[in-house]
Design a protein around this ligand. Structure first.
Ligand code: UT7
Length: 325
């Protein structure tokens, strides 16, 4: 027997307000045609008054707990990936902990931008397998709309707000059983040499402001396809699976063209890739768990499926994780 981190349930949350490309075209010099053709995005959700990263994360977590049939009080670990926390400190994970009514466990945020959920998942998995905790909430939650320069058409049309969460539990499984559930392998990477290509132009210890998001999109695009294909191969090699064994790929939702190019490189049919970028745009750390929850709730992802999570973002950071549901 071996101790594995098993996904017990998932949940997600979106702000009430949906913003179409047509509405954006009334604010900046852009068109629905340009956005759809270059990105696949048709819609995004944007927070309004009273909605924050923590409120979205809390709603997603409540739904995940409900789906898992698990009481909030039994959660002893919360790891939250975000680059848009409610405050510089305390960690938004502690705000969520308080809102859920659980106390005394471990709670902290992870800053890995669009790879935030992958980094949070790997961290929670490691803590569960060492016995430091038993039941975790792993959350990706963002209010990217608060970080954008709404006069910069090259970035403001790309992002949206939202949250996704999973309940992860440490379970003894038979490692010889080929369909035993749990996280099978995760690979993470970072390369700070590319900080400049995707960054905030401010921060607490530099400008004393949060700054605005800046991105050299074309260069990020080029690196994303190469890095994602490489890390997916690494995880497959480590686990001994072939790409044909994968039931679903749940990628970071930055751009439909990146999803297509990565799938093509791996020889994966487009039907196996969960796509929500058209509805949610790029929600950074929230995008993978939001897409996962969408595909679980619409019945595509089922118990027993082999699912690959992958993401790439600012830093650069990138990673992939293979999970038996
Ligand atoms: O989540 C983290 C990872 N992030 C990503 O993976 C994002 C990766 N990058 C991308 O998704 C794409 O590079 C973008 C969608 C950001 C841009 O697409 P692109 O095909 O690389 O376009 P481009 O940046 O080369 O711009 C092409 C043209 C430019 O005009 P000129 O110089 O050719 O005259 C831009 O000024 O499109 C223009 N443009 C726009 N036009 C209308 C840029 N933004 C817009 C816009 N509306 N919103």
């Amino acid at each position: 027997m071996t101790l594995r981190s098993v996904i017990r349930g998932s949940g997600s949350a979106l702000p009430a307000r949906a913003v179409s490309n047509a509405e954006l075209a009334t604010m900046v010099d852009t068109t629905d045609e340009w956005i759809v053709e270059r990105t696949g995005i048709r819609n995004r959700h944007i927070v309004g008054e009273g909605e924050t990263t923590a409120t979205l994360a809390t709603e997603a977590s409540r739904k995940a707990l409900e789906a898992a049939g698990i009481e909030a009080a039994s959660i002893d670990l919360i790891v939250l990936g975000t680059c848009s926390p409610d405050q510089t400190f305390p960690a938004t994970a502690t705000v969520v902990q308080q809102a859920l009514g659980c106390r005394g466990g471990i709670a902290f945020d992870v800053a890995a931008v669009c790879s935030g959920f992958l980094y949070a998942l790997a961290t929670a998995d490691a803590l569960l397998r060492t016995g430091a905790a038993k039941r975790a909430l792993v959350i990706g939650a963002e209010t990217m709309s608060r970080l954008l320069d709404w006069e910069d058409r090259t970035t403001c049309v790309l992002f949206g707000d939202g949250a996704g969460a999973i309940v992860l539990e440490a379970v003894e499984v038979d490692a010889n059983d080929p369909v035993a559930p749990g996280i099978l392998a995760t690979r993470l990477h970072a390369d700070g040499a590319y900080n400049d290509l995707l960054h905030m132009d401010g921060g607490p210890s530099t400008t004393g402001t949060i700054g605005k998001l800046r991105m050299k999109g074309r260069e990020v695009f080029r690196h994303a396809v190469v890095n994602l294909a490489a890390v997916l191969e690494e995880v497959l090699e480590e686990t001994g699976y072939q790409s044909a064994d994968i039931d679903w790929v749940v990628p970071h939702q930055a751009n439909a063209r990146i999803l297509d190019a990565t799938a093509r490189k791996l020889g994966l049919p487009a039907e196996k890739v969960v796509v929500t970028v058209d509805r949610h745009a790029n929600t950074s750390a929230a995008s993978v768990p939001l897409a996962f929850d969408t595909a679980v709730r619409d019945g595509r992802i089922k118990p027993g499926d082999l699912v690959m999570f992958e993401a790439m973002g600012g830093g650069f950071t990138w990673g992939a994780s293979l999970v038996r549901i």
